[in-house]
Design a binder for this molecule. Structure first.
Ligand SMILES: [Zn+2]
Length: 347
C-alpha cells in the first residue's frame, strides 16, 4: 500500500478532528499534540477497506512511516458471532472488562442479551488505540510505545440482532469519562420516571437512621414514604423485570423490579398487586404494578418506594437517574453525529 505525504497530512487533520470528538476536554499542548498523533484516523467510506487492511496486517503505521507527518495508527474493524453472551463476544473482540461492562449498561435499554439472542446475531466493533486520557497515560504513551501493548478501544459498536442493527459510538466528556451514545448523541438507556404515583405528600424521607414509628427502634429508612389514598395505582418508574412479588416482613406486599443495571426499584405496603404479575414478568415504564395500601408495618396508607443502585439504597428523590436530559447538545452533538456517520460506514 503506497502512502504519500498529502494523504498522511489529510489523515492527520481528520484524526485531529476525531480526537476533538473523542474528547472535548480542554487540554494542555503536550497532551493535545500527543493525542493528535495517536488519535484514530477517520477513514472515509472510500478508503475504509485499505485502512482496515493495513490494520489487520499488524503494521503500526506510526512507527514505520518515514517523514515528519506521523501516520495515525489505523483502525481495525472486527465482527464476531453473538453466541453465548455479549460479554463473551466483547472478550473475543479484545475489549477490556471495564469497557465491556460500560457497553453492557449502555445497551441495557436496547436489547436484553440474556434472553433476546438469536442465531446469526453478531457484534462488530471499530477499534482504535486508546487516546491518552491524562498526564499519566500520556507519559506512558511516549516512553513505552514499543514495549507496552497498545490498548484498543471500540469507537463504534454494532449489534446486529435479527434484521435490526443497534449502533453506539464512543464519546468522552470534559473529564475524559467514556460514554456510548446513539448516532444522534443520545443515550440508548430508557428514561426513569422520578415518581411511581400521584402522591399527596412525602410522609417520611430517606434517612440513614431514624426512629421507626412502628418498631420504635432506631433504624435506617431505605426509601421514601409517599402518602396517597389506599387503592392509588403504583407505576413502574422504568422498564424492568419482576425480581420479587409477594409478602415480606415489614414491607408487607412488595414488588421488586430489576431495571437496567445497576438499578433496582422496590414498592412496598401495597394493598394488592396488578393482575397477572409474577416473578420474571416484563414491565414497561408507567405500567401499573400494584395499588397503595398499608400492608406490613405501616401506620397509614402510603407507598414505601426504594431505588437501589448496585444494591445500595439511594434517596429516590435525589438519586441520579438515567435517561431524560442525558446526551449531547449543540455543536458537540453535531460534531459527534458527523463522526458517528463516518464510523458507521466502517461497520
Ligand atoms: Zn418507608
Amino acid at each position: 500500500m503506497s502512502r504519500d505525504a498529502d494523504a498522511d497530512a489529510s489523515r492527520a487533520a481528520r484524526s485531529a478532528e476525531a480526537s476533538n470528538l473523542a474528547s472535548s476536554a480542554p487540554e494542555n499542548a503536550a497532551v493535545a499534540s500527543s493525542r493528535a498523533s495517536s488519535a484514530p484516523a477517520i477513514a472515509t467510506a472510500a478508503d475504509a477497506a485499505s485502512s482496515v487492511a493495513s490494520a489487520d496486517s499488524g503494521a503500526n503505521a506510526a512507527s514505520g512511516a518515514s517523514g515528519a507527518a506521523p501516520a495515525p495508527p489505523s483502525m481495525t474493524v472486527r465482527t464476531v458471532p453473538l453466541q453465548t453472551s455479549f460479554d463473551d463476544a466483547l472478550k473475543r473482540l479484545g475489549v477490556d472488562a471495564r469497557t465491556a461492562s460500560l457497553l453492557e449498561r449502555s445497551y441495557a435499554g436496547v436489547i436484553d442479551f440474556r434472553r433476546d439472542l438469536r442465531q446469526g446475531d453478531t457484534v462488530s466493533v471499530v477499534l482504535a488505540p486508546r487516546a491518552p486520557s491524562g498526564p499519566g497515560d500520556a507519559r506512558a504513551g511516549t516512553t513505552a510505545d514499543a514495549a507496552k501493548p497498545v490498548v484498543r478501544e471500540p469507537l463504534a459498536v454494532r449489534v446486529q440482532h435479527g434484521a435490526a442493527s443497534h449502533d453506539l459510538f464512543l464519546h468522552r466528556n470534559l473529564q475524559g469519562e467514556p460514554f456510548y451514545y446513539t448516532k444522534r448523541g443520545t443515550t440508548a438507556t430508557p428514561s426513569f420516571a422520578r415518581y411511581p404515583l400521584a402522591y399527596t405528600r412525602v410522609s417520611s424521607g430517606f434517612a440513614l437512621r431514624r426512629l421507626d414509628p412502628v418498631t420504635r427502634r432506631w433504624q435506617s429508612h431505605d426509601g421514601v414514604d409517599l402518602a396517597a389514598p389506599a387503592g392509588t395505582p403504583v407505576h413502574a418508574t422504568a422498564r424492568g423485570t419482576v425480581a420479587f412479588i409477594g409478602r415480606e416482613t415489614g414491607y408487607g406486599r412488595i414488588v421488586v423490579l430489576d431495571n437496567m443495571p445497576p438499578y433496582q426499584t422496590a414498592f412496598a405496603h401495597l394493598s394488592r398487586f396488578a393482575k397477572g404479575l409474577h416473578i420474571g414478568s416484563h414491565v414497561h415504564r408507567g405500567q401499573v404494578i400494584g395499588y397503595v395500601g398499608s400492608s406490613g408495618w405501616a401506620t397509614g396508607p402510603h407507598l414505601h418506594f426504594e431505588v437501589r443502585v448496585n444494591d445500595v439504597p439511594r434517596d429516590p428523590l435525589t438519586v441520579a437517574l438515567p435517561g431524560d436530559g442525558s446526551g449531547l447538545h449543540g455543536d458537540e452533538r453535531k460534531r459527534f453525529a458527523a463522526q458517528a456517520r463516518r464510523l458507521s460506514a466502517l461497520l
